[in-house]
Every structure is written in C-alpha cells, then in structure tokens.
Design a protein around this ligand. Structure first.
Ligand code: HEC
Ligand code: HEC
Ligand code: HEC
Length: 114
C-alpha cells in the first residue's frame, strides 16, 4: 500500500471513532436497585423505561444521571423523602392505569421488597 493510502485510512479511522463515540449515549445500568428505607428496596428496570418512555427527562428532570444520586440528595436534604416515588414512579403508573394503558405497580409491596 502507498503511504498516502495508509495515512488516509488512519485519519478516516480516527474521525469515524470520534463520531461514533459522540453518538453513543451512556444509558446507565439496565436494572437498578433503589434504596427504599424501612419498607425495603425497590427493583427498577431502567432500560425498559427508557425504551417505553423514550424521554430521559421523564425522570432526570428531578435528579441527574448519576448512580446513587437519589440517596445522596436525600441525605443532603436536597430532595424530600418519597418525592421520586410520589412525583415520578407512582404519579406516572397511576395516570397510565387510569388511562387504561400498560402501567407499572401502584401497591407498596409490588415495588418494595423485603
Ligand atoms: C422512569 C425513570 C427514568 C428514566 C425515563 C430514565 N432514567 Fe436514568 N435513572 C433513573 C434512576 C431511578 C436512576 C438511579 C439513580 C440513583 O441511583 O440514585 C437512574 C440513573 C441513571 C444513570 C446513572 C446510573 C448508572 O448506572 O450509570 C445514567 C447514566 C442514566 N440514568 C441515564 C439515563 C438516560 C440516558 C436515559 C434516557 C435514555 C434515562 N436514564 C432515563 C431513572 C430513569
Ligand atoms: C412504583 C414503585 C413504588 C411503590 C408502588 C411504592 N413505593 Fe415507596 N419508594 C419507591 C422508591 C423508588 C423510593 C425511593 C425514592 C424516594 O424516596 O422517593 C421509595 C421510598 C419509600 C420510603 C423511604 C423514604 C425514605 O427516604 O426513608 C418509604 C417509607 C416508602 N417508599 C413507603 C411506601 C409505601 C407505604 C407505599 C404504598 C403506599 C409505597 N412506598 C409504594 C417506590 C415505590
Ligand atoms: C413516565 C412514566 C413512568 C415513570 C416515571 C415510572 N414508570 Fe415504571 N412503568 C411505566 C410503564 C408504562 C410501565 C409498564 C411497561 C410495560 O409493562 O410494558 C412501567 C412498569 C414498571 C415496573 C414493572 C416492570 C415489569 O417487568 O412488569 C416496575 C417495577 C416499575 N415500572 C418501577 C418503577 C419505579 C421504581 C419508578 C420510579 C423510580 C418508575 N417505575 C417510574 C411508566 C413509568
């Protein structure tokens, strides 16, 4: 191969991988176990919600995309206890149920597992 061809291939490779990296979004863990206090922890299928809702800000307008952030904000007093549960999880599941659509659980023991 000519050295010019090789150089072209190298540059093309770099540009291509940078473009790819920008496209790939960090979706976080597929499934997450959230701290649920005395009631017991809560299993949360993260990617299933991403696929269904197609809107990260359905949740991440209330807390950033960072592991353990809900508990950290609650510990710092910057997020009320049960706020994510009431304003996000339950609010949406109840609304979907009322509209006769596929919905997630609304009963305590269906989310909190001891
Ligand atoms: C239905 C609610 C909901 C939706 C929608 C949602 N997330 Fe999350 N996400 C969460 C919860 C809950 C956590 C965990 C926060 C914690 O650990 O305190 C989280 C955590 C994360 C984290 C950090 C955790 C990790 O494993 O790295 C990333 C990154 C993330 N989300 C990205 C996204 C992206 C990108 C989208 C949209 C494509 C999205 N999320 C949509 C609820 C949601
Ligand atoms: C759709 C799932 C879901 C259902 C149903 C649910 N919870 Fe929760 N609950 C959560 C999540 C997620 C958290 C952690 C985030 C937060 O505090 O908002 C939580 C947190 C809690 C906490 C801990 C608050 C703290 O920081 O100490 C208590 C107590 C609680 N829930 C009680 C209940 C009771 C009682 C019910 C039934 C009336 C219930 N939950 C129903 C998801 C749920
Ligand atoms: C904006 C709407 C919305 C929000 C916010 C939301 N969910 Fe859901 N959730 C859904 C829908 C819709 C389904 C039903 C999906 C299906 O069965 O196809 C669902 C299903 C579930 C299921 C059942 C999964 C299964 O395999 O059957 C669990 C558990 C769940 N959600 C937990 C949570 C928790 C915990 C939170 C809060 C951190 C939350 N959800 C926030 C819309 C939402």
């Amino acid at each position: 191969m000519k050295s010019k061809t090789i150089l072209f291939l190298i540059i093309f490779g770099i540009v291509f991988s940078v473009a790819m990296a920008a496209e790939v979004q960090n979706r976080g863990a597929p499934n997450i176990t959230l701290e649920g206090g005395k009631k017991g922890n809560v299993y949360f299928p993260h990617h299933m919600h991403q696929d269904n809702l197609k809107n990260c800000n359905a949740c991440h307008d209330l807390f950033p995309q960072k592991a353990g952030v809900i508990q950290d904000l609650k510990n710092q007093g910057n997020l009320e206890k049960k706020q994510v549960m009431n304003k996000k999880c339950l609010k949406c599941h109840r609304a979907k149920k009322k509209a006769g659509e596929e919905a997630g659980p609304t009963k305590c023991s269906e989310c909190h597992i001891k």
